[in-house]
Structures are given as structure tokens and as C-alpha cells.
Design a protein around this ligand. Sequence first.
Ligand code: ADP
Ligand code: MG
Length: 327
Amino acid sequence: EVVVNRIAAGEIIQRPANALKELIENSLDAKATNIQITAKEGGLKLLQIQDNGTGIRKEDMEIVCERFTTSKLQKFEDLGTLTTFGFRGEALASISHIALLTITTKTADEKCAYKASYINSKLKASPVPCAGNQGTIITIENLFYNVATRRKALSNPSEEFTKITEVVMRYAVHNSAVGFTLKKHGEPSSQVRTPYNSTKQNNIRLLYGNPVARELLEVELDDKDYKFKMHGLVTNPNYTNKRMVMLLFINNRLVDSASIRKMLEDVYSVYLPKKAHPWCYISLDINPQNIDVNVHPTKHEVRFLHEDTIVERIKFALDERLTGNSA
Ligand code: ADP
Ligand code: MG
């Protein structure tokens, strides 16, 4: 059973950046306003995330890494009305099968923090009291230590760190009210730093630079027919990049969508020379019932109902906005 779980976990968590994405979402779900991330060897040796959210109650610490343990739905039927996709309660369980996972956490009610380590979904020993502020520190050590093929495939820590950085930058833009920092372990300076209560525009300037931030157009769409909303910040055609940068969030989850990516390239191809690309932030809110639940929640690529039509409508809105800004 342990081997099966390990294989399943390795499918869900393919690299440190996937694990980090799950942990950031947990911190955001816990209403954190500050999230600090530390990585060593691209997160393969160490990946730590500290938040100032609600914390985990001591009595929940025993089960928190078991599969399908979640505080985010009461019954199965609630799945359809959740604002995130698909099944729940798999991230920590999966991580504990392919790494040593340690949780230090304190709720507002507790007098002190508690710390516990997990392996294969189970507590290694009872939680021990320790010092700590309200919130949660999740520490992942030696990711894929027991998945030799995966560990070998991820032979370039700096490439993994780049992926981690991209994830943090994207979440920091989307959740601009939350302060984010990303550091390499043992280094005083941070790779990413955004202030608490910032704005998307400000964080785009901080993280992606002035040339992008200067050229942003705002696009809003509230589609009553297909019940979706879009908020976009996209560069006007005065800005060009060597490659396309797309920050896509659907229902607040960082995802990829081949159809939206292609649509963006199409829209800009009218205005830009062949090898020039835009920078696009797109946030979509779609009725969760219309998200393909067959796509696993941790899968990056997402499909949704009426996809062609919705993408077409977004294209139309972008086209309209870009026309007249192409001088
Ligand atoms: P899910 O997020 O789908 O519920 P996870 O495996 O990611 O499943 O997390 C399991 C549970 O652990 C969550 O439902 C939540 O109760 C708790 N948890 C995880 N991370 C945090 C955190 N940073 N702060 C507070 N609670 C957390
Ligand atoms: Mg989660």
C-alpha cells in the first residue's frame, strides 16, 4: 500500500514547484496575510513555507496528513459548490509519502505552538509543544528521497528554483493583498518580496519590471450567458517580449490552458511582429460546476464547459481593448 501511495504521490507532485503551489493555496485558504518561503537546492533539499494564518488545531494534527482529510468541505455533495476544483485533502498526504514533512503550527486559542513530523501520512510521534507565533510552518525535506527515478530527472536545482520563483511571483500578483517573500536558504537577500496590502499593478512593477507595468491595459468581462467573469491586465502592443508570459488563474488557482494560451497568441499576432510576444495576466471566475472534474485538482492543465465559446468571448473583449492602443 505504501508503494502504491508513493507512486500516486509522485504523479501528483512532479517537482518542488507543484508542492509549493499546494502549500501556498493552503496558506491562502487559512487566511494568511504574510507568506514566507525558503528553498534549498531548488526545494529538493528543503522547502519551507511559513504563514500567519489560522493555524491547525492540536487535535487535528494527528490526521491532517491522512488522505482526504480536509477542513474545507463537510460532505461529498459540497464538492460541486466549492470554489476550487475536484477532490480535496490530498496534498499533504501526497507530500508525506515522498518527503519528510514537518508541521509547526499555532492557533489563536492555543498557548503555544506544536510541532510534529509525518511520514507516509502518519505522525512519527505525538506533537510536541514549542515556541511559535500564530500560523503554520510546513517544512518539506528531501523531496523524492524514495523515488529514485524522479529525483534523478530533477537534476538541476537552479531550474527547479526558477520554477518555484515563477509560482511565487504569479501568486504574489494574483493575491496582491498578501505579502510574499522567497529566499534561498542561508542567503539574506530575497528573490521575491512584495509588501502586505499591495496592488496587482504595483506587484507587477516590482516583480516583472517597469516596461511591463507601464504598458498594461485593464480588461473586464462579466458574461451573463455563460456565467463567467474575467479580469485581465495585459500589455498593449507597444510592449514586446521574446516569449509569451501568461499568468492564468481560474477560480483563484494557478493553471495552464492550451486554448487560452493559443487565443492570446492569436489576438496579439494581429498587432505584433512574428517573434514578439505579450505579457498577460488573466483571472477567470467560472461556475465550479462547469470545471471538468475529471481533471485532477493538481493537474496544471484545465478544461471547462463551453470552453470554445468562453475563449471566443474573451478574445473579443481583448480585441476590442487592443484596437486603438496599437499605435
Ligand atoms: P485541502 O487543502 O484540500 O483540504 P491539504 O492536504 O492541502 O488538503 O490540507 C489538509 C488540511 O490541512 C486542510 O484542509 C487544512 O485543514 C490543513 N492545513 C494545511 N495547511 C494549512 C495551513 N497552512 N494553515 C492552516 N491549515 C492548514
Ligand atoms: Mg490544499
